[in-house]
Design a binder for this molecule. Structure first.
Ligand SMILES: *Cc1c(COP(=O)(O)O)cnc(C)c1O
Length: 380
């Protein structure tokens, strides 16, 4: 049996202890025990999002929480600016279109992140905009947007800020209250090292005002119902009980270790991987690289499909390719969750062996050695 290691930016590898925790006997959700889990998880989620806001957990993939936040915060009479700089950003444009939400799409070159000035210019041009939607870490291009800078603009102008933090929260600094984010979204299968199936959104008081006032056609994803239940540490619908058991285990561990330590390790893994790319003569794709995912340009003469096939079939490493216009052009490696420096050295090693097999010219071991130098300095 081949050992498979997931380096995809979701789903990511799940620790054995979490798998065992999730295998424990089923618990009923209308019990005092379950209410205690909801209460504890809520406090830990507030730590994760760095907020005092209400944190909603939905059984669904990340898109469920994003749809809940976008639709809830954009009832008729409001207008959204959606920053479109990649495949996931595109999805939030689609949500607006599907629900008939008034919106303007602001395209930004793939690989670039959005800055405060992008938002202030767009809001100057259209004073009707009172909601800004964007992706913190655009996983499809591995680009980072400046949420702190954008938050200053939206706060000054009284607009709501909705942020898809699905490959940011729990991996890189995300400071909801300090930055003035009104709805911060994440999912279980990325930095939280859980299987897919849980979606989270932390919602500010300003956003709740908008949500409570609106009458959008929705039921399962209606955040009002989750808030009402949470007031009694309850849930409106049958929760994903096993995943919540796993979640508690993960969040306790994150709190114990401290977010700063996790952010520093993620950054170190990114630095090591970027150093390896440079040593191998591979270009890092994004102009504004994020620390949770590294995207490298596939060099001339190397077949991306064959590369990923060898990585998985021969060496057991599942990495990601490009999406949309980047299909066949980039490869992506995750630095989130249950992955460490030695896993990362291993994937770089497999990448080198694969490139060598395709006749790509470089000095074998150069990438591994560059990463080792970074990790030898950075490991605590
Ligand atoms: C993975 C990811 C999503 C997708 O969420 P699903 O869990 O597939 O619904 C959305 N946004 C970003 C930035 C992601 O990385």
């Amino acid at each position: 049996m081949k050992k498979i290691r997931l380096f995809t930016p979701g789903p990511t590898m799940v620790p054995e202890e979490v798998l065992l925790e999730m295998a424990r006997p089923m618990e009923h959700h209308r019990t005092a025990i379950y209410k205690e889990w909801v209460r504890e998880a809520h406090g830990l989620l507030q730590y994760l999002f760095q907020t005092k806001a209400t944190c909603v957990t939905i059984a669904g993939s990340g898109t469920a929480a994003a749809e809940a936040a976008i639709v809830g915060c954009c009832p008729p009479g409001h207008k959204a600016l959606v920053i479109d700089n990649g495949k996931f950003a595109e999805r939030w444009v689609k949500v607006c279109a599907a629900f008939g939400i008034a919106h303007t799409r602001l395209p930004i070159e793939w690989g670039r992140g959005a800055k405060g000035t992008d938002v202030s210019k767009a809001m100057d041009a259209d004073p009707k905009i009172d909601t800004v939607i964007l992706v913190h870490s655009e996983t499809s291009t591995a680009a980072l947007s400046d949420i702190a800078g954008i938050g200053r603009v939206t706060r000054d102008r009284g607009a709501l800020l909705i942020v898809d933090g699905i490959t940011a929260v729990g991996a890189i600094p995300c400071k909801m209250d300090e930055w003035g984010v009104d709805a911060y979204i994440t999912g279980s299968q990325k930095a939280l090292m859980l299987p897919p199936g849980l979606a989270f959104v932390a919602v500010s008081d300003r956003a709740w005002e908008r949500i409570e006032s609106g009458k959008m056609p929705m039921l399962y994803n209606d955040l009002k119902a989750y808030r009402k239940s949470l007031a009694e540490w309850d849930v409106p619908y049958t929760p994903a009980v096993s995943l919540v058991r796993g979640l508690l285990w993960v969040l306790r561990g994150i709190k114990e270790r401290g977010l700063e330590s996790i952010w520093a390790e993620t950054a170190m893994l990114a630095r090591g991987t970027q150093a390896a790319a440079e040593a191998l003569g591979l270009k890092v794709f994004p102009a504004d690289p994020v620390d949770s995912v590294t995207a490298m340009v596939v060099p001339q003469g190397v077949d991306e499909g064959a590369l990923r096939k060898t990585m998985r079939g021969k060496y057991g490493f599942q990495i990601a390719g490009g999406q949309g216009e980047l299909k066949g052009k980039i490869i992506r490696f995750s630095h989130m969750g249950y992955v460490d420096a030695f896993d990362t050295i291993a994937v770089i090693s497999a990448l080198e062996m694969t490139l060598r097999g395709q006749g790509y010219k470089f000095s074998l071991g150069a990438g591994v050695s560059a990463a080792q130098a970074v990790f030898a300095e950075g490991m605590k």
